[in-house]
Design a protein around this ligand. Structure first.
Ligand code: KIV
Length: 245
């Protein structure tokens, strides 16, 4: 799984053979310059997901339900999940939470919308957690095992495990029958997800330990732009080959 927020990147990801594309609420910090995921709206999620769904011919497209689009009531969660599927072209929704979201997940699944769970370091709870901190260390592991079980029992078809010790991720993966997708959860999950801008080296200097950068696209882009400026200034571009006659 990889995240995507726009048409051209989604097309490349889809062609490359990725199974699932997540339009995460990470769109806030990654694409919109927000300080975190909290301000992201349902409208923004739909806008970005429409572009991604238009590009994805093979991959399953999952849309993240943003903060306060499902926490208020079961009715609100069903209404927003329905609208997000109806208007975005995604095939499943993802939401943060474990045992506390069991009934909400059940209600969304009950109206035939596939749900992906998300437990551990859930970004919509960073204020309670006191920041982006690894969850489930020591005694708190029991709570995450309960959360994982509740998400599966509620009918979710997949669960994201974020920012938890690898041993605990393995325990959860062994315990559940639905696939686990890890991010900062070690190698023993059934699948892995990264934010595409992290993978491509477009996310600046701040790199959490779990991120592997496969390309320094920021440097490549910087180099291309500086070369363009230089060539325009010196008259190298446009040359005759790039001119009409
Ligand atoms: O919003 C997001 O991109 C996510 C992934 C990091 C799992 O939730």
């Amino acid at each position: 799984m990889l995240t995507s927020y726009d048409y051209p990147i989604a097309k490349i990801i889809d062609n490359a053979g990725i199974h699932t594309i997540l339009v995460g609420d990470s769109v806030g910090p990654v694409m919109l310059g927000y300080p975190n995921t909290m301000p992201v709206t349902v409208d923004e999620m739909i806008y970005h997901t429409k572009a991604v769904a238009g590009a994805a011919k093979n991959a399953l497209v999952i849309i993240d339900m943003p903060f306060m689009s499902y926490q208020e009531s079961i009715e609100q969660a069903k209404r927003n999940a329905g609208r997000m599927i109806k208007e975005s072209g995604a095939e499943a929704v993802k939401l943060d939470g474990g045992l506390n979201m069991k009934e909400t997940i059940m209600a969304i699944v009950d109206i035939d919308i596939p749900v992906v769970g998300h437990i551990g370091l859930t970004p919509q709870s960073i204020h309670r957690m006191g920041g982006h901190k690894v969850q489930g260390k020591g005694d708190t592991a029991v709570k995450l095992l309960e959360d994982a079980k509740a998400v599966e029992e509620a009918g979710a078809f997949m669960i994201v495990l974020e920012g938890i010790p690898r041993g605990l991720a393995k325990e959860i993966t062994d315990m559940l029958s639905i696939p686990t997708i890890g991010i900062g959860a070690g190698p023993d999950c059934d699948g892995q997800v990264l934010v595409i801008h992290d993978l491509l080296g477009l996310a600046g200097e701040l790199r959490p330990k779990f991120v592997k950068t496969y390309l320094n696209l920021q440097a490549e882009i910087d180099n291309a732009i500086k070369t363009f400026i230089e060539e325009v200034k010196t008259g190298v571009f446009p040359d005759d080959a790039h001119s009409y006659h």
